[in-house]
Design a protein. Structure first.
Length: 133
């Protein structure tokens, strides 16, 4: 994010620091979208394979489905956040901007952690069958 008022101290303002933090968190989360979707596809493929084998062990299929849904929710939540995020902050005081951005850092951090934990759970669930061959 460049541009702005041109005053030298504004780059270090809490508002700009928070905006930078959000940009970093957002990039981090966006970099996880492709692997997240890939894991979701792998889970769905595993469900299809189990069904094809006539393996209707509901435990496995249920866990796989639940995890695929959880990954999908992470994806939807991330893009929902992007749709709501107001980068302009028009008509807000610095204090209001800071308050808003702090909340966004919290929310986006939570989304990022949800993505990490869902992806870790998916990898753990997918791993045993891949290594057992």
């Amino acid at each position: 994010g460049s541009g702005g008022s041109g005053s030298s101290d504004s780059a270090n303002s809490p508002v700009n620091q928070l905006a930078d933090q959000i940009e970093t968190l957002h990039e981090q989360a966006m970099n996880k979208v492709a692997p997240l979707r890939s894991l979701e596809d792998s889970l769905k493929l595993r469900i299809t394979r189990l069904a094809a084998k006539g393996d209707t062990t509901l435990g496995d299929t249920g866990r796989l489905s639940a995890l695929a849904a959880r990954l999908n929710t992470c994806d939807t939540t991330m893009f929902g956040w992007m749709g709501r995020y107001d980068m302009q902050l028009d008509g807000k005081t610095d204090a209001e901007k800071e308050e808003y951005l702090k909340g966004q850092v919290q929310e986006l951090g939570g989304i990022d952690r949800s993505i990490d934990s869902a992806m870790a759970a998916a990898r753990a669930l997918l791993a045993p069958a891949d290594t057992a061959r």
